[in-house]
Ligand binder design. Structure first.
Ligand SMILES: Nc1ncnc2c1ncn2[C@@H]1O[C@H](COP(=O)(O)OP(=O)(O)OP(=O)(O)O)[C@@H](O)[C@H]1O
Ligand SMILES: [Mg+2]
Length: 337
């Protein structure tokens, strides 16, 4: 059994709420996740399932009137939930950092890439300008930007999309974080450039032991790059396990539906795969029972599914978790037949 110290990041029962007409509505619903040093955890799930919100919550970046109601976010033995804003700011960007989904939030068009990188470096350390410049150039080199001395003085618009993503990656790793959260870092890029950026992230985690959480819609990317995966549905993690196990023996009907929409796992898979029949429930509309019940081909109408919300629990394998009442008797082959 792993102890807390074996994880670079451990999120325990994190719950984030927004006010609703009948009281607080959970948007992140008791999410538990963990990632080890050097490992890549992929987080998948259709749009609105709470992937971004989970990690914005973990970093204390939920905009009001949203708030983290309960849970723990352990990084390096420190619980980020409840930290004073100043202490939290000190952790963000140093021990844990995030590449945000919104590409506009990343780089400021009016400053050179080098100046922005220097700012990031000086934010968490007492570096002089000259030292910061040298470090910034070595970071640009680290993320494989050709001719970094010269590119230091270029503005963001002089970089291609893939190169801008590399600059953002350089900023995120500037202080050698233990955990990097990358929220759809390659969605806007073409397939070849996507692969280069992901290969870079893979190289960085291999070389530094940094843990990576990769939020993505693309199951092909998950299959090629991640060690473990968590599947989110309507604000909850519904399945979590090694990529090999979840692909070979999925134990949640939602995961099975997602995988069924993929013609084959081997080979090129680059479509947006997070689409299955029906709509996810609106936040707050599920008062009891399984949030997937209305779309489930298996449990639909069954009393236990209507009445009891299934907890995320180990299947036959201790590290493979599922939140389905029928996880232990669920066999993909039968379901797919
Ligand atoms: N400011 C807000 N107020 C209320 N609800 C919000 C707010 N921001 C996001 N939400 C809701 O939170 C839920 C989760 O959103 P989130 O952005 O985390 O989804 P996601 O899984 O990252 O989706 P995508 O794949 O589209 O990025 C959604 O139902 C969304 O409508
Ligand atoms: Mg998102």
């Amino acid at each position: 059994m792993l102890t807390t110290n074996d994880y670079a990041l451990e999120i325990r029962r994190l719950r984030t709420v927004f006010p609703g007409p009948d009281g607080p509505v959970p948007i992140v619903h008791d999410v538990s996740l963990a990632v080890r040093p050097g490992e890549m955890l992929a987080v998948v799930g259709e749009s609105g399932s709470g992937k971004s919100m989970t990690f914005l919550s973990a970093l204390g970046l939920v905009a009001r009137p949203g708030r983290v109601e309960s849970g723990q976010v352990l990084v390096d033995g420190l619980d980020l939930v409840g930290l004073a804003p100043e202490a939290l700011r000190a952790c963000r960007g140093s021990v844990i950092s995030m590449i945000f989904q919104d590409p506009l939030s990343g780089l400021n068009p009016v400053f050179t890439v080098g100046d922005q990188l220097v700012e990031v470096l000086k934010a968490h350390s007492k570096m002089g300008r000259r030292e910061a410049r040298a470090k910034a150039i070595s970071l640009l080199d680290r993320v494989q930007i050709p001719d970094p001395q010269r590119r230091f003085d270029d503005f963001p618009h002089q970089f291609s999309g893939g190169m801008r993503q590399r600059v953002l990656t350089a900023m995120a790793i500037a202080h050698g974080p233990k955990v990097l959260i990358a929220d759809e870092p390659t969605t806007a890029l073409d397939v070849t450039v996507q692969a280069q950026v992901l290969d870079l992230i893979d190289a960085l985690r291999r070389d530094t032991g940094m843990a990576v959480v990769l939020i993505t819609h693309d199951l092909g990317i998950v299959a090629r790059h991640a060690d473990r995966m968590a599947v989110m549905y309507a604000g909850s993690v519904v399945e979590q396990g090694s990529v090999a196990e979840v692909f070979a023996d999925p134990r949640h009907p939602y995961t099975i539906s997602l995988l069924r929409s993929v013609p084959q796992v081997e080979g090129p898979v680059d479509a947006d795969l997070m689409s299955i029949r029906g709509q996810p429930p609106l936040p707050g509309s599920i008062r009891q029972g399984c949030p997937f019940e209305a779309r489930c081909y298996l449990g639909q109408g069954r009393a236990v599914c209507l009445q009891t919300r299934p907890p995320l629990e180990p299947t036959d394998a201790p590290q493979h978790l599922s939140a389905c009442h029928f996880a232990k008797v669920l066999h993909a082959e039968e379901a797919l037949a």
